[in-house]
Design a protein around this ligand. Sequence first.
Ligand code: ADP
Ligand code: MG
Length: 313
Amino acid sequence: MSKRVVVALGGNAILQRGQKGTEQDQRTSVASTVAQIVKMIDAGYEVVLTHGNGPQVGAILIQQEAGKDKVPAMPMDVCGAESQGFIGYLFVQEFKKALIAHGIAKEPLCLVTQVEVSSEDPAFANPTKPVGPFYDEATAKARMESSGESWVEDSGRGWRRVVPSPKPINIVERQAIQELADRGYVVVASGGGGIPVVKEADGSYRGVEAVIDKDLAGELLAQQVKADLFMILTDVPKVALNYGKPEEKWLGKVDLDEMKGYQAEGHFKAGSMGPKVAAAMAFVENGGSRAIIASLDQALEALEGTEGTQIVK
Ligand code: ADP
Ligand code: MG
């Protein structure tokens, strides 16, 4: 039986540093990402893909702000859904091309995905995740007063809206994702960490203004679709101790207890490597056999254990 792997893609999988973000820029990046993922499928792995959406949802938020006098602005959960559809569409088209070129008879498919969070999550009392563009002080203060949004000054670069980043507790569409993967579809799901929703008393869901970390949502997705492996692909080849310092040390195979020690020593930055290491450790802690953090261009090698950081029990 083929092994199921959930792959969480970072920002560089859709937009490279220095690119403007045109449709063609993003399509080109997605095509080279897909070329890496198709190697895994060709090697016999069953892949479920998830991805970030920071720059894309940022652009959609700018469009809301710029166009709000002509057409109504949409709330953040709707913007998140738009970004999942747009990014998923690019992936599905580029996947199909690559699968045809490899002679693989599989269908790619994108699922707009909601991820449940708790309305009691302490993050709601303490918004920390910056979203969207930078604004001047006057605009930020006006938005704060008119809407009750939280805004912060970001190290001299201007003002930015911050939203809560609650913990994902359930992938709402998990069963559909699992069944589609069982039937052989290449599923793209839970983009941007999923659309954050809270459950109502009657069992229905309501969107909230928040952002879920895509690595933590990816881990939950991996658990809930019973993946054998969980892989986070980013723009560095491995996880490092003393990252960026003269005594920097890149980590290969590390067991859970050793990684816990490094985490406690503060080697992994909040907002970048921190959530990746936390998500990878959680997957192994929850019974997964191996979690991998590696660079996108070494995806298959990392999956086979010769590159990247491998976290094992
Ligand atoms: P992604 O878009 O893939 O989620 P992030 O920028 O959030 O990417 O996280 C990857 C970045 O984490 C790397 O480019 C690197 O600069 C940074 N980083 C912070 N701490 C470490 C560490 N200990 N080891 C490796 N990279 C680290
Ligand atoms: Mg990130």
